[in-house]
Design a protein around this ligand. Structure first.
Ligand SMILES: Cc1cc2nc3c(=O)[nH]c(=O)nc-3n(C[C@H](O)[C@H](O)[C@H](O)COP(=O)(O)OP(=O)(O)OC[C@H]3O[C@@H](n4cnc5c(N)ncnc54)[C@H](O)[C@@H]3O)c2cc1C
Length: 464
């Protein structure tokens, strides 16, 4: 049988992966598993081999793991050329090359972009550079913050009560440290889970000794004469003395290096189709550039074909596997990335898990357990169907609701359960903040329907 282009690619093609972390590594492994024998190059701007980030806000801050001890396990030897500590700075789609910060140009036949996100910095650069002010995304961030907590600060201020901010506050309390959490919204986790669950999260914070201040903004950070942070000014006119500040204001997508490349990349991520193929700026799908992980935004049939951006560990792995499969498959063998979003967090001794897209929900109903016991399952409804679920120490129900979401099951759920309690008999408004207002960063962003959301001012259709 004649050698196809795909056979040639598999035998001697060149695949480049930009972003050498969770998604990049997993994709590389799948490519080798699928028999890709050509050259494989992984480009990563961090100096380290791929490591795991979730422990950075959990075990590492508690001193139970070292920040440099979270390397991701390798499922197989991927026989790749590693270009670590060097950033990709440009992409030439016509010449099929990736430009690196050291001036080198790396040619590719297929490119996977998995450049993830970075922590949103404190908006005032000088204040953000004060000693004792941290963000948390990288191994260095984790090591630095763990050291600062181990030194026994008098008070830690966490700005933003999303998942990461709440986990940091929880770690501080477990270490016996005084901690204040300042949150612009009505409660912790409201961007991701809405006000009803946010109220439960607020109780958790307070019961565990967190000085939680909601509806408040930090307006300025103040340093002492040595350049160390000493206080924060708040929008209610008060001043808080603190010697460690953790800025936990969500994430920004690492897409700037693609500016001018013609790819559909921007602040909301890189748009791709359900098969992980990137769109160009005109909304036309490419066939040689793929996207996976936190930097991707892709349409999902279960959620109205909206483009979803997810900051979920499991999504990065699943999308990387699909991208790698599709990069080495003919059209009809390709498969869609239709992973049902799922996320976990542990804070204040409670295991929180979610499935689906709670932030699409307009109503919520407790279906198992009760909020007062902090052990419950809550289901989110959207236009009469189940769209998401969250569990507090009740994870065994998650799979059941995942199936309900996949089946577009009706909301409110018609079934009765053995342990339904009085506070869960009827749906109530889920109480999400106005989506046009910035929050500390939901872990799922619904980013509309358009494949490439830049204004196409420079685009002139042929013949006009
Ligand atoms: C503190 C913390 C706690 C978390 N906890 C949880 C949790 O409990 N549950 C959960 O589901 N998820 C959690 N997450 C999220 C999870 O870690 C991410 O979803 C996952 O890391 C995404 O993997 P990724 O490979 O897409 O992106 P990333 O891990 O962000 O990796 C992208 C890589 O690309 C590199 N890069 C960026 N730009 C360039 C460039 N131009 N050239 C070369 N390299 C570049 C980056 O430096 C980085 O190394 C947590 C994240 C953090 C930071």
């Amino acid at each position: 049988m004649a050698d196809t282009a795909l056979d040639q690619l598999k035998r001697s093609g060149r695949i480049v992966v930009v972003g050498a972390s969770l998604a990049g590594l997993r994709a590389a492994e799948v490519m080798r598993e699928k028999g890709f024998a050509g050259s494989l190059t992984l480009v990563g701007d961090e100096r380290h081999e791929p490591y795991d980030r979730p422990p950075l806000s959990k075990q590492v801050l508690l001193g139970k793991a070292e920040a440099d001890g979270t390397l991701l396990p390798r499922r197989l030897d991927i026989d790749a050329e590693w270009r670590l500590g060097v950033a990709a700075t440009g992409l030439d789609m016509a010449a099929r090359t990736v430009k690196l910060a050291d001036g080198e140009e790396v040619p590719y036949d297929r490119l996977l972009i998995a450049t993830g996100v970075r922590a949103r910095p404190w908006p005032n650069e000088a204040e953000g550079e004060l000693d004792g002010v941290f963000t948390l995304r990288t191994r260095e961030d984790g090591a630095g913050l763990a050291r600062a907590l181990a030194a026994g600060p008098r008070r830690v201020l966490v700005i933003g009560a999303g998942f990461t901010g709440s986990e940091i506050a929880s770690a501080c309390r477990e270490r016996g440290l005084e901690v204040t959490v300042a949150e612009r919204g009505d409660g912790p986790l409201v961007g991701a889970l809405g006000g009803v669950i946010g109220a439960v999260a607020a109780e958790l914070h307070r019961e565990n000794g967190v000085d939680l201040r909601t509806g408040i903004m930090v307006t300025a950070l103040e340093g002492d004469s040595t350049g160390r942070v000493r206080a924060a000014h708040l929008s209610d006119g008060t001043t808080l003395e603190c010697d460690v500040v953790v800025v936990s204001l969500g994430a920004q997508r690492n897409t700037e290096w693609l500016t001018g490349s013609g790819l559909g990349a921007g602040p909301r991520g890189i748009a791709c189709d359900a098969g992980c193929r990137a769109f160009d700026l005109r909304g036309i799908v490419t066939d040689d550039i793929y996207v996976a992980g936190d930097v991707a935004r892709s349409p999902h049939a279960l959620f109205g074909y909206q483009f979803l951006s997810l900051e979920h560990w499991g999504n990065a792995v699943a999308q990387a596997e699909t991208a790698a499969h599709n990069m080495l498959s003919e059209g009809t063998d390709r498969r869609p990335h239709l992973w049902v979003p799922a996320f976990w967090s542990s804070q204040f001794g409670v295991n929180i898990k979610s499935v689906g897209v709670p932030s699409m929900g307009s109503e919520i109903m407790i279906t198992q357990g009760s909020r007062s016991e902090r052990r419950f399952t809550a289901v989110y409804g959207y236009q009469g169907r189940v769209i998401g679920a969250v569990t507090f120490d009740n994870g065994r129900w998650l799979q059941f609701y995942e199936k309900q979401i996949e089946a577009c099951a009706p909301f409110p759920p018609p079934f009765t359960t053995v342990d339904r309690r009085p506070d869960g008999q009827r749906p109530i408004p889920a109480d999400f903040p106005d989506p046009s207002l910035p929050t500390h960063g939901p872990t799922i962003t619904l980013s509309g329907y358009s494949p490439a959301d830049r204004r196409i001012a420079t685009f002139t259709p042929a013949g006009h």
